[in-house]
Write a protein that binds this ligand. Sequence first.
Ligand SMILES: Cc1ncc(COP(=O)(O)O)c(C=O)c1O
Length: 385
Amino acid sequence: MIYFDNAATSWPKPPEVFESMNLFMRDLGGNPGRSGHRMATGAEAMIGECRNAVSKFFGLGDPARCVFTLNCTDALNMAMKGVIRQGDHVITTALEHNSISRPLQQMSDDGYISLTRVEPEVEQGAWTVDEIIRELKPNTSLVALTHCANVTGVINPVEALGAALRKANPKILLLVDAAQSAGIVPIHMENANIDLLAFPGHKALYAPTGTGALLIGPRVDTENFACWREGGTGGDSASPLQPHELPHRLEGGTPNTMGIAGLLAGVRFLNRLGPAKVLEHERAIVKRLIDAFEPDKRFTIYGTKDLSRKVGALSITIKDRDNPDVASILDQAFEIAVRPGLHCAPYTHKHLGTFPTGTLRLSPGYFSTLEETDAVIKALQEIAA
Ligand SMILES: Cc1ncc(COP(=O)(O)O)c(C=O)c1O
């Protein structure tokens, strides 16, 4: 199989990821923080190591503020429902995945918040700092948006936005959805003025599904952070209520220890390789795709073609061809995996003019090769013909 669906979840995973999970399952499979025996304390130590590694990777000073989640959706919901209060004004954009759009739309429909969804006008597929800043109101409490749009792979200027927001009103929190960037685009929370960073482990961090994290910066009031899920935390059992200390406040229940063992290996893999190398490799593949499709009138490419502003995802359509049909033919006749349709991002497709049929998203990963890329190009040219 030629796997060009890494924006959905990365595959294959590096061998050290499943080896780490295998080892953990065999030797350390206790419940962290729940008992004092060596398997439980070993599991706890591994989780602590992963918290340290993840925090360091993303420039978060205090590893206790790294909360493990099930995926990016879990982390985003935890963040938004944790900090938003009734009557707040929240800003988001038309380039969001449903994991931001739906919770905010629901809060808005319920009359709980007022919501501004910024429609980028200056450039298709990317917002500008000014477009966000001009929407600020006295009761704006949160700006929630994606670092990198999942449909087009375009990187948005979150660092510049963080600085501008801090200057405009230091009380406003910035929540960044790093689903498509965490692992390949360098992110330093503190330097970028990001207050809440949500990401999955299973995409560009090369960890298994069922992993993710919410990193909570020092400006976020955790005393009043609403709990997303309450329950056992291992310690504080006598307390009738969820403890206030992080990460326990937000980590009720037994964590996905085996997944976290994989996440630790994924972060180590990237530390060894250097995210820049992964990004360079993905960009070389996307360049080859663009070079093949751009001059060919049968293909349309969406979003910027400037590689310096892209991760490894490219959305295209083929003239007179139906996206799900093309994906099906690629799968069945060519053994190529891609994702057609709306990519859980209906507003983005409305913005791009591709709603409701969507696009065909090609998303290579670190393990994709140029030979595979040529096979994908040849198959698509054949289908177009
Ligand atoms: C930009 C973006 N945000 C959020 C998500 C949700 O991630 P998860 O499936 O890990 O919850 C995705 C998934 O594709 C995404 O691309």
